[in-house]
Design a protein around this ligand. Structure first.
Ligand code: SF4
Length: 368
């Protein structure tokens, strides 16, 4: 594979130069954020950014329009959110967000912590592409469906399956060796990948060879991956609630009050405290807001033809599922069936058909 450009996933140190200023991405292995860290991030967004925290599809956080990146890095490092600056862009680790709180076959949280430390301890893994994704699934099959490059999915309390690019390899790895197995798979990928960024672009054979020492082989089981894996919004049990900020963006003053939380790869939050009223957090699984997503659009993105997050709320009516994009890149497009709404200079193109702003709502209603 030949690439014409280097992988340029942003971090907190190496930010992305967006139309509204520096965009910083803060990695949260397993999506975990303590209440103290949440307050620091909220202060950073308030004092150094646009006052909002944006959730990503990898359970990370983004701050936009950052005015002082050096100050941001200092504050994040002091809060323990930048433990290894050389590895910050490769700490892409999904963990089952409800693990240890409700359900699951194992508690994936200690595995996430151990994997993060193990990745940061291997100098060669600093060269992994920023798009490379690890996942540790506690057996419920949620993050296993996110197409991670390497995933260990618990099958019982002592054993798990190795998935590559979301597919079962047939290799079974004991829980005690799960972290080692994923690290060695990543090392083997890094050594053999050439210009590939993701497992799906590379030869899997060296990766499997790198793991066999810790595994035994069985016939691969296609049932280990589900097409739709997101955990539902709403009360879960044990006082745990999953809440969705509209468009996955959260006000800094709200984040500062939420306590310990877990960010999910579906741009939702797992909370163990009370959900504040009037904070833009949706907890009703039938709420029409949950059917509508949108990229950042204008003014944050120079490619955007419209302020899609200003236009999209008109489509928040019961039964409509749609994703609004400011251009054909369709950033943040969700999985599953939805209307594809792309901004044009004179309206929107809905599933390929150009409609005026006045026709947009009726067009989407017609797709209920
Ligand atoms: S879809 Fe286009 S306009 Fe929207 S954020 Fe991506 S590049 Fe920007």
């Amino acid at each position: 594979m030949t690439r014409m450009r280097a992988d340029a996933c942003p971090g907190a140190v190496a930010t992305h130069d967006a139309a509204d200023g520096a965009l910083a991405r803060v990695r949260l292995p397993g999506g975990a954020l303590s209440s103290a860290q949440a307050r620091v991030v909220a202060e950073c967004a308030d004092e150094l950014g646009d006052g909002m925290i944006h959730l990503t599809s990898r359970a990370n956080l983004q701050l936009r329009a950052v005015t002082d990146v050096d100050e941001l890095v200092t504050r994040l490092a002091n809060a323990g959110l930048l433990p290894a600056p050389t590895h910050e862009r490769v700490r892409n680790i999904l963990g089952s967000p409800l693990s240890g709180l409700h359900g699951g076959l194992v508690d994936a949280r200690p595995l996430v912590t151990a994997l993060d430390r193990a990745v940061c301890a291997r100098p060669e893994l600093a060269r992994l592409p920023g798009r490379f994704l690890f996942a540790l699934d506690d057996g419920r099959g949620d993050v296993a469906g996110e197409g991670a490059d390497v995933c260990w999915r618990a099958l019982d309390s002592g054993t798990g399956a190795l998935l590559l690019d979301g597919a079962d390899t047939g290799l079974r790895i004991p829980a005690r060796d799960a972290v080692t197995g994923l690290v060695e798979a990543a090392v083997a990928f890094e050594r053999s990948r050439g210009a590939a960024w993701r497992i799906r672009e590379a030869d899997p054979a060296p990766v499997l060879d790198g793991v066999r020492r810790w595994a035994h082989a069985v016939t691969p089981d296609d049932r280990l991956v589900r097409a739709t894996s997101a955990i539902q919004v709403g009360p879960v049990g044990n006082g745990v609630v999953v809440a969705a900020p509209v468009f996955g963006q959260l006000r800094a003053d709200v984040l500062a009050t939420l306590g310990d939380l877990v960010v999910t790869p579906w741009r939702t939050l797992v909370l163990t405290g009370a959900v504040p009223e009037g904070a833009g957090l949706v907890t009703d699984p039938a709420a029409p807001e949950l059917g509508i997503s949108a990229c950042i659009g204008r003014p944050g993105c120079a490619k955007a033809r419209a302020d899609v997050r200003a236009d999209a709320p008109t489509a928040m009516i019961s039964g409509v599922r749609a994703h609004f994009s400011g251009c054909e890149r369709r950033c943040g497009r969700p999985r599953g069936a939805h209307a594809d709404v792309v901004a044009e200079n004179a309206g929107y193109r809905v599933d390929g058909t150009l409609v005026s702003p006045a026709q947009l709502l009726d067009t989407l209603r017609g797709r209920q």
